[in-house]
Write a protein that binds this ligand. Structure first.
Ligand SMILES: O=C(O)CCC(=O)C(=O)O
Ligand SMILES: [Fe+2]
Length: 197
């Protein structure tokens, strides 16, 4: 099966493809355990409105040496691919029929960890980036908001799910992973990207 066989969840202004349980529970369990233990999780700090704030999640950045990535004034040099990340990259490349040279890993330790509203629109990602996102661990809601109409779309991402963002999505929509008061176990999200050298 290929991405093109999936329906676009958006009626207009971008492409969003959702493949629930892309990995079955057992396989997803094994990935979660190893990623949790093996990735070099770091607490990042960002300089926002004149002060340093802790990013409310742990992060790790892997990729080809040429895949340097800058955001919020911080230059991210990728760590070399681990065996699992290579395998996962291969899987999503096959499905998406695209090449990825880097992956941003996020670890949301509990419901207080989150990601603020943003678009993945850095110029290194190209005009209409194709970004493949894998989720492992507890479920969390990813919320899309249309920039002009304010339309909202909530997607609950579960253990082993694949989500692909493409087309004009990053120009027309923003997305966030809100905090929640519900008790939550850790969740790992991997977003595979192609960074122009
Ligand atoms: O955790 C998620 O599902 C979203 C991650 C995300 O938006 C990003 O890494 O840019
Ligand atoms: Fe994002």
């Amino acid at each position: 099966m290929q991405l093109a066989a999936l329906a676009n969840l958006l009626a207009s202004d971008g492409e969003l493809y959702y493949w629930p349980r892309f990995y079955r529970a057992e396989k997803a369990d094994a990935y979660f355990d190893r990623l949790y233990r093996e990735l070099a999780w770091r607490r990042e700090r960002l300089f926002i409105y004149g002060r340093w704030v802790n990013v409310p999640r742990l992060m790790a950045w892997y990729g080809d040496p040429s895949a340097r990535y800058r955001y919020s004034g911080v230059d991210h040099r990728p760590l070399p691919w681990t065996a699992d990340l290579q395998t996962l990259r291969g899987d999503v490349e096959t499905i998406c029929n695209a090449a990825f040279n880097s992956v941003l890993a996020n670890l949301y330790r509990d419901g207080r960890d989150s990601m603020g509203c943003h678009a993945d629109n850095e110029k290194e990602l190209g005009q209409n980036p194709l970004i493949a996102s894998l989720s492992f661990g507890d479920s969390r809601v990813l919320r899309f908001k249309h920039l002009e109409t304010g339309q909202k779309l909530d997607l609950e991402l579960n253990h082993g799910d694949l989500l692909v963002m493409a087309g004009e999505l990053q120009h027309r929509w923003r997305h966030e992973l809100p905090k929640t008061r519900k008790p939550k176990q850790p969740r790992i999200n991997l977003t595979f990207r192609h960074i122009a050298a």
